[in-house]
Ligand binder design. Structure first.
Ligand code: HMG
Ligand code: MG
Length: 297
């Protein structure tokens, strides 16, 4: 395996959306600017979802406006509906990500909508995006298991992924939201989806709850996928998927790929330094949050 893999760095969005400690906007901006300097080409910046649902990313507009947009780097943002798209457009986003799930129960908890309703909402997002020449990425969550429903039939994953692709997403990211997948299941799921969506339009997105993420990624690379989502320093999770831990750490993915002779274009030392810097920022903010709570008590 000697070709190229694109890493989609999701730490500033998937990572920070689930941290109890809220980082100030200037720290988030500094994080994304540091990530931009590592050679990453896709850096998910934030989410234009309801701030009542995800208060951690309520500063989306300020963060997006504040980051240095490095030429050749894409900064996708999550949008759940037309309102989110319009907020993202206002600050000049050039790529958005829409998201739904393969399990009804999870989608309802995460977006207060059925799968069909969420896809209906995306029609106007995609229509705007096409008119504005904004790229649209799609996520399918719970592809290897659901915190509410348990097992998720592969046929449901295939159906939802194919719908998002037909709707106009240039790439579909397959999310193991709660990190319950294992390599053979991950491979079988990817193989089934690739019957309906070209492999070149697929990405994998593993959370690392049971330490399976790198093994799952390897099996999917062997199956042919060449886009991998990961989060610097392994932050992350979904507040509507109880028990889900962080995304697979970008540092670990890049280390594995480089060790296999696969090019990522990422400077591993800079990435590791960015992960350590982020951990220090989270530690500092957590300490001052605890001090504030003690002073108030
Ligand atoms: P809702 O409450 O049903 O929305 O939420 P609504 O349309 O009825 O509106 C209610 C209120 O929300 C209104 O305000 C709207 O203006 C406001 P009010 O009149 O009460 O003051 N609102 C918004 N405000 C700002 N931006 C918006 C927006 N939309 C409505 N875009 C909604 C529905 C989808 C908005 C909500 O459920 C939501 O925001 N959910 C997002 C949850 C989320 O972000 N989850 C994590 C991301 S997904 C994930 O992590 C998985 C992934 O990583 C892949 C994987 O791991 O599997 C991608
Ligand atoms: Mg995720």
């Amino acid at each position: 395996m000697t070709d190229h893999v694109r890493i989609v760095e999701v730490g500033a969005r998937d990572g920070l959306q689930n941290e109890k400690t809220l980082l100030p906007a200037d720290v988030k901006i500094a994080l994304i600017d540091r990530l931009s300097a590592t050679g990453l080409k896709s850096i998910e910046a934030t989410s234009f979802v309801s701030p009542k649902w995800i208060p951690q990313l309520a500063d989306a507009a300020e963060v997006f406006r504040g980051i240095r947009k490095v030429p050749g780097v894409s900064y996708p943002v999550l949008v759940p509906n037309e309102q989110g798209y319009l907020r993202a457009r206002e600050v000049g986003a050039k790529e958005v990500a829409i998201f739904t799930a393969a399990s009804e129960a999870f989608n309802r908890k995460n977006t207060n909508a059925s799968i069909d309703e969420s896809i209906d909402r995306f029609a106007s997002v995609v229509e705007h995006a096409q008119a504005d020449e904004v790229k649209v990425r799609g996520y399918v969550s719970t592809v290897l298991g659901c915190p509410y429903q348990g097992e998720v039939p592969v046929a449901d994953v295939v159906r939802v992924a194919a719908r998002l692709y037909r709707l106009g997403c240039y790439e579909i990211s397959l999310g193991d939201t709660i990190g319950v997948g294992t390599p053979a299941k991950a491979r079988a799921m990817l193989r089934a989806v690739a019957q309906e969506v070209p492999m070149s339009a697929l990405a994998v997105h593993f959370h690392d709850t049971y330490g399976q993420a790198l093994a799952n990624i390897l099996s999917c690379l062997e199956e042919g996928v060449r886009v991998v989502d990961s989060a610097v320093s392994g932050t992350g999770g979904c507040p509507y998927a109880k028990g889900a831990t962080g995304n697979v750490a970008s540092e670990d993915v890049v280390y594995m790929l480089h060790g296999m002779g696969v090019d990522t274009g990422v400077d591993l030392d800079l990435l590791i330094a960015t992960g350590a810097w982020l951990a220090a920022q989270l530690h500092k903010e957590t300490a001052s949050r605890v001090t504030r709570a003690r002073t108030a008590a």
